[in-house]
Design a protein around this ligand. Structure first.
Ligand code: PLP
Length: 453
């Protein structure tokens, strides 16, 4: 129908990360409401939101306390900012709270609105700091292939996925990429996780030496890669990477935009993997994405030179109108209270163990190459041929096919190429996990005749 909501979406709305021509053909899935781990579309069909939206809705889709916190703050003070010494209670309270729960000693919090902006901000802080220390040549940032850090010019440069570079003339100067800790895809036959981790650390060191150690300012990585296909690092990876960084006086930025606030079964992915960052970037589950907010926790190693430099030249010339907006800050604070009071981190650990076990039962399926994950984040990598690990037709085709059947079966996942992501709200129960896994099994079975037939 020409005036249907679907037709109007096709007419007027250009979607993020969407193949435009394909969208004109198949149209949108219009979601109308949410309840717990479920969302409902315009026809009344209910889905388990197995991606928590975009890895983000920790407390589920119907948390009245967040609505109330936003309403209270809207009435009290709907907007204020933190430029030029101004402040207000929600950002002060939230900054204090974040410092208190940081996985390593941190001294300050800087507020931004999205993960991309937070990573841009991290880069600017790092460059500013190098200038402050009289090391203007120390500006390069090492990121990883398949890493995901956002889409602004700078953060898209950090991102290590071809789709974010091709046709944008990216990456910009001073951003270089090293190898991915993807054991299933990139390890040599028979190579143990530990040996693979050693090889990646050696590769990093060789890159640093080739570029010149005094030109490398920082290394950025997600504790577990999300959009790159839920890549869980091999055993000993982070310990070996950090030893190399320490040797050459290189800062470490942990991008906790997905892992932060319980996802991996600890409050931060840094705790799960023994990572000691100088800058910790967070967003998404910080407010359960009910409102946009992101933040950087920085330690004194970063803050003190920044403060000195800004004293010397005037100000740290950076900040966003809505960075430190009181309403998302109030929502984030209430969200953190809910996470703590309801022990959602513990739930992620307990129910996460169940989810990992149940999903691994699918590993025997003919179309499944590997199941990996930790806590309440998992990836199911699909292959057309288990022995050769080859894709069906072309890369991503099988992911799209199975994901389509999964959606028919009432589960919203996301295919990152041929890997299906599972990252449900942290409130999920074991029996809801069982429902989800049963739907995945059904979708795999439904896809099999098409692939093998
Ligand atoms: N960093 C990571 C690890 C992410 O997963 C994302 C988004 O998915 C970003 C950064 C970018 O965040 P945003 O989309 O809010 O800009």
């Amino acid at each position: 129908q020409p005036n249907s909501v679907e037709a109007r979406d096709i007419s007027y709305h250009m979607h993020s990360y969407t193949n435009a021509r394909r969208h004109e053909e198949i149209g949108p899935l219009v979601i109308e409401k949410g309840d717990g781990i479920y969302v409902e579309d315009a026809s009344g069909k209910r889905y388990i939101e197995a991606m928590a939206g975009l890895w983000s809705v920790a407390v589920g889709f119907s948390e009245q306390r967040l609505v109330d916190a936003a309403t209270r703050q809207m009435k009290q003070l709907p907007f204020y900012h933190n430029f030029t010494h101004k402040s207000h209670a929600p950002v002060i309270d939230l900054a204090e709270k974040l410092v208190s729960i940081a996985p390593v000693p941190m001294s300050k919090v800087f507020f931004t609105n999205s993960g991309s902006e937070a990573n841009d901000t991290a880069m600017k802080m790092i460059w500013y700091r190098s200038n402050a220390l009289g090391q203007p040549q120390k500006k390069k940032i090492i990121s990883r292939k398949r890493g995901y850090h956002g889409v602004t010019i700078a953060s898209a440069s950090l991102t290590g996925l071809p789709n974010n570079h091709i046709s944008f003339d990216l990456p910009i100067a001073n951003v270089i990429h090293t190898g991915t800790p993807h054991h299933y895809r990139d390890a040599q036959p028979g190579e143990s996780e530990e040996a693979f981790a050693t090889r990646l650390a050696d590769e990093l060191e060789q890159l640093i030496l080739a570029e010149g150690p005094d030109t490398i300012a920082a290394f950025i990585g997600e504790p577990v890669m999300g959009a790159g296909g839920v890549v869980v690092p091999p055993a000993t990876y982070w310990e070996k990477i950090q030893a190399v960084l320490a040797k050459y006086d290189i800062l470490l930025v942990a991008d906790e935009v997905i892992c932060g606030f319980g996802r991996t079964g600890s409050m931060f992915g840094c705790e799960t993997f023994g990572i000691r960052p100088d800058i910790l970037v967070m967003s998404k589950q910080l407010s359960s994405s009910y409102l946009p907010i992101s933040a950087l926790l920085i330690n004194d190693r970063v803050y003190q030179p920044l403060a000195d430099e800004s004293n010397r030249i005037g100000t740290f010339g950076h900040g966003y109108t809505a960075g430190g907006h009181p309403v998302p800050a109030a929502v984030a604070l209430e969200n953190l209270r809910i996470i703590e009071e309801n022990d959602l981190v513990g739930n992620a650990k307990r129910v996460g163990a169940h989810m990992q076990k149940r999903l691994r039962e699918l590993a025997d399926h003919e179309l499944v190459g590997e199941v990996r994950g930790v806590g309440l984040i998992a990836g199911v990598e699909l292959v057309a041929d288990k022995a050769t690990r080859a894709p069906w037709k072309n890369a991503g085709a099988l992911g799209l096919l199975v994901n389509g059947h999964l959606q028919e079966n009432g589960v919203i996942s996301r295919n990152m190429g041929d890997t299906l992501g599972f990252c449900p709200p942290l409130i999920i129960t074991e029996s809801q996990v069982d429902d989800m896994v049963a739907a995945v099994k059904k979708a795999l079975d439904a896809s099999l005749p098409e692939v093998k037939g």
